[in-house]
Write a protein that binds this ligand. Structure first.
Ligand code: F0G
Length: 439
């Protein structure tokens, strides 16, 4: 099934190019390739559109938060396409596949800040996206590209969130979707979404790394458009998590941005966002990135400890299934992100992840296990004095609590959270009175 370009494009419409990070080959921005056709290297989008100075650009992004962001088309209401000059400026309005997405809240909770050991902590809650994870930001860009190139089908390997997001956006675009997930390792919420949105799912007897290898091969052999985070357009969409949080902070960069890290697509996207935001003058200093891995799936944290002298791979194991990844695809780009931002990479145990999740859940915010790694990582670095108590920190919560209801219920069974009783009507009133008296 060859992937064709449906709409001829004029040179004047070329506002971006795609360049291979390894061999530097360039492709036009309607490429159907997710990796370099010459050397298999990772591709990156570069925008060639002339842009005004930082102050003018900030004002333009802020103006878009007017009435059109409430009443306009999906793209006009989107927290991704609000930054379209930095996402995919050449995309025509009719090509954009937008739910809309983004516009996620920055929330502050004293209990979480005090647990983390810093005075100013915001949670950027990406679980408020349409499929309840940050993946929707990259997926709106990837499915827009799929539509631009006339893709016959789209595919990804996933620990669950990418598959749910892909299934939703492919359904909207009317393009068949194939997802490869590791058998027995995807949470119930994510499986339910993926199937309900109508994707073809293969549960592979293997782990995420096996799924990704197979997805790459299938896309190569069958001409299916690959939309894993190594896809350069996914990265462009995911950058807007950073752009939107900077906008919410009045373009005053925080000191640190913490995020959970698995396949490292998001770490790479955050680095690219910061590099561009700084170069364009949207911000006048660069926050430090803190990428946090689960200790049982922490090749990148191990790499950080020897200044990334070698690329590491591990056999991954963690109860935070979303980040159970041993051979991250975006390694090089993520190294660049950490170096550019003078960042840090930490590994936290599953116990530390679930302790953070308990605090985040119990103040009414909630997140899935992997997301809590960001807060757990801030706590570890604050304890070590690497993050100062007065520094301003944003921790990204990547997915919604309901993504993994089993983890939430298991945490409850272990004690401490909420309570439930199965009682008759008569018993219930007595019980209510007793609990009320003890509160
Ligand atoms: N948090 C959540 C909730 C995730 O689902 C993922 C990745 C990450 C963090 C890590 O992001 O891979 O860019 O470093 N989930 C992918 C998936 C792998 O298939 O849904 P990353």
């Amino acid at each position: 099934m060859p992937v064709q370009t449906l709409t001829p494009v004029t040179p004047a419409e070329q506002m971006s190019i795609v360049r291979c990070a390894s061999c530097h080959a360039t492709l036009d921005d309607r490429t159907a390739r997710a990796t370099c056709p010459n050397c298999g290297g990772l591709l990156a989008v570069e925008h060639t559109l002339a842009l005004p100075d930082g102050e003018t650009l900030r004002a333009r992004f802020d103006e878009r938060l007017g009435v059109e962001s409430y009443r306009g088309t999906a793209a006009e209401r989107s927290g991704v396409w609000r930054f379209r000059e930095l996402v995919l400026p050449g995309a025509r309005a009719e090509e954009i596949v937008s739910h809309p997405e983004g516009n996620t809240p920055l929330v502050a909770r004293d209990a979480v800040a005090s647990f983390a050991g810093v005075r100013q902590l915001w949670l950027k809650h990406e679980g408020h996206n349409p499929s309840a994870s940050f993946k929707d930001r990259g997926m709106t860009a990837a499915l827009t590209q799929a539509r631009r190139i006339g893709a016959v089908a789209v595919a990804c390997a996933s620990t669950g969130n990418t598959s749910a997001s892909l299934a939703a956006y492919a359904a909207q675009a009317g393009i068949p979707a194939f997802v490869l997930v590791p058998e027995g390792r995807v949470s119930t919420g994510k499986l339910a979404q993926t199937l309900a949105y109508g994707a073809h799912m293969i549960r592979l007897r293997g782990d995420f790394d096996d799924c990704l290898e197979l997805a790459r091969e299938a896309s190569e052999r069958l001409g299916i458009y690959l939309v894993n985070s190594l896809n350069p357009f996914r990265v462009e969409g995911q950058k807007t998590i950073v752009l939107e949080m900077l906008q919410q902070l009045g373009w005053e960069a925080p000191d640190w941005i913490a995020l959970p890290a698995g396949n490292l697509g998001n770490t790479a996207a955050f680095g690219k966002a910061l590099r561009e935001a700084y170069a364009l003058g949207l911000i006048d200093r660069v926050p430090r990135l803190l990428a946090v891995q689960a200790a049982g799936a922490a090749p990148f944290a191990a790499g950080f400890s020897d200044d990334f002298a070698t690329r590491r791979r591990v056999r991954a194991e963690t109860a935070a299934t979303a980040i159970r990844i041993g051979d991250p695809a975006s390694w090089d780009r993520a190294v660049d992100a950490i170096r550019f931002s003078h960042g840090h990479v930490a590994a936290v145990s599953d116990a530390e992840i679930f302790a953070a999740k308990r605090v985040i859940d119990s103040c009414g915010v909630g997140c899935e296990p992997a997301s809590a790694a960001s807060v757990a990582g801030v706590r570890v670095l604050a304890e070590r004095g690497i993050i100062g108590g007065d520094e301003r920190v944003v921790a990204v919560l990547t997915g919604h609590l309901l993504k993994d209801p089993d983890a939430a219920l298991a945490a409850r069974a272990a004690g401490g959270l909420g309570s439930e009783e199965s009682l008759s009507r008569e018993e219930a009133l007595g019980h209510l009175a007793r609990v009320l008296a003890s509160e």
